[in-house]
Design a protein around this ligand. Structure first.
Ligand SMILES: Cc1ncc(COP(=O)(O)O)c(C=O)c1O
Ligand SMILES: N[C@@H](CCOP(=O)(O)O)C(=O)O
Length: 465
């Protein structure tokens, strides 16, 4: 499998090279040159596979130049063995045609564990093989940070720097990152918002000359293809539980950086019947407005009860645009250059294509709280605020009621006690045993100004030998 850039002029890469890369050299994002796909008969045969076996079946074509089937199997088995539910991604039914896909049974209680536990193991194997040391740099609005640190802590050959917006993640999220201490782990609280953090990460990938000794940056954000790849699997897992290939389901996805829902789009291109992909946003609704109007317009970020979705520049939308524009890299390069200078409008043809599969819905904080309370009142099931946005979108008046809906529950409610309290359900969610003493652990982080030079100086001054 070769990987190509969405902007058309960077070299094509192998999986191993893509894993070790962030942005393509032309500023684009890597996508597979072609996708494997599964026939109905193959899907029928896959329906009986457990999660690790299904992951192996789906992921092998993407990585087979770098890993043998046996090597991948061992890594996948090890990855999903650390999840606290033996189904790995269990489905819970909340209503006649409403299911929740629980993606929070990994070590850091968010869907990021699915990809980052795997990415850490793949990276470790490749770095050992190459005898190379790398520098991991990532931006987080709350969940990627701890999942990346937890996923990569076993890697011997890394330094890791995670940027989070100071004071804008939940206390549990912050503590999950900052209480993991090792000389190679650095949490940087940036006096800015997530967009600022992500922009610094992307700029650092574009020009890595601040790193000494020719070291390179590796991405843990969803600009790294391996992140997206791993997330494809749970769409198949849920779809097959609900009757694929004979019945299509619709998926409602709490969306920020567009990585999770893009994985659902790829699953549909690989043969999974998908009735609809619902882009569920909070008040930071750039993607909802884009889908409604065709205008891709930047927005001032607002702080919401769903902080992990407080994002206004959704990196992975570029990957979808590449397909919407018939994989014309030059067209994407010029559109993204125009986007750097201001707002852009997508062509009618591109929007028509997007709307064939995608719909969108915006849910504000009051609606989020009402959804948490309503679902709790009817079912005693506690949604976290991100998952509640997905569920509210799937159950909005006007949503298709004939189709089975799967809402991706992207985080555990215990990560957001303040939002749960504000919903007035009169209950709280307990942290699992391995995090029970989280509030007693000591924290380690540095507060830095919203200034890339300061961040890069910090990084180059804190690299291990
Ligand atoms: C809990 C939670 N839900 C939803 C999202 C949005 O996912 P994506 O950025 O892939 O769109 C995130 C962050 O990525 C998250 O942490
Ligand atoms: N919501 C994320 C933000 C980063 O997105 P990513 O999927 O590109 O890593 C978070 O919680 O950190």
């Amino acid at each position: 499998m070769r990987y190509i850039s969405t902007r058309g002029s960077a070299p094509t890469l192998s999986f191993e090279e893509v894993l070790l890369t962030g942005l393509a050299s032309d500023g684009g994002l890597y996508v597979p040159e072609s996708l494997p796909s599964f026939t109905s008969a193959e899907l029928e045969a896959m329906a009986s596979l457990d999660y690790p076996s299904l992951a192996h079946r789906i992921l092998l074509p993407f990585v087979e130049e770098a890993f043998t089937g046996e090597e991948l199997r061992e890594i996948i088995d090890d990855t999903y063995a650390v999840f606290r539910h033996s189904a790995v991604a269990p489905l819970v039914q909340l209503d006649h045609n409403q299911w929740v896909l629980e993606l929070f049974h990994g070590p850091t209680l968010a869907f990021k564990d699915f990809a980052l536990q795997l990415l850490g193991r793949l990276l470790d194997a490749i770095l050992k093989r190459r005898g190379e040391k790398v520098v991991i740099m990532g931006a987080t609005s709350g969940d990627t940070g701890s999942a990346a640190i937890a996923g990569c802590e076993r890697c011997e050959n890394i330094d890791i720097f995670i940027l989070h917006p100071h004071g804008r993640v939940s206390e549990v999220q912050r503590r999950q990152m900052t209480t993991l201490s090792a000389p190679t782990i650095h949490n940087l609280a940036i006096e800015g918002n997530f967009d600022d953090c992500q922009a610094m990460v992307k700029a650092s990938f574009r020009d890595q000359s601040f790193l000494p000794d020719g070291r390179r940056l590796v991405a843990v954000n969803s600009i790294n293809w391996a992140r997206i790849m791993a997330q494809i699997v749970y769409y198949f897992y849920a779809g097959l539980r609900l009757g694929a290939p004979h019945r299509a389901a619709a998926y409602s996805v709490p969306t920020g950086n567009f990585g999770d829902i893009f994985a659902g789009y790829l699953a549909s291109k690989m043969g999974l019947p998908v009735a609809q992909l619902m882009i569920a946003t909070n008040r930071n609704d750039v993607l909802h407005r884009l889908l409604s109007t065709g205008d891709y317009a930047r927005q001032t970020l607002e702080h919401t009860l769903s902080p992990s979705m407080d994002i206004s520049v959704s990196s992975n939308f570029e990957r979808l645009m590449f397909d919407l524009y018939e994989r014309d890299g030059a067209a994407i390069a010029s559109l993204m250059a125009a986007f750097d200078d201001g707002d852009i409008t997508l062509s009618d043809a591109a929007m028509e294509k997007a709307r064939q599969l995608f719909a969108s819905h915006r849910v504000d904080d009051a609606q989020t709280l009402a959804c948490i309370a309503d679902v709790w009142g009817r079912t005693e099931y506690l949604l976290d605020p991100h998952s509640a946005i997905g569920y509210a979108a799937a159950t909005q008046p006007g949503a298709n009621t004939q189709t089975p809906w799967v809402t991706l529950a992207t985080a555990h409610p215990a990560k957001f006690p303040d939002a749960i309290k504000a919903s007035a359900v009169g209950t709280t969610a307990q942290l699992p045993v391995h995090l029970a003493d989280l509030f007693e652990r000591s924290e380690h982080f540095d507060v830095l100004p919203n200034d890339i030079a300061a961040v890069q100086r910090f990084m180059s001054g804190h690299l291990g030998a």
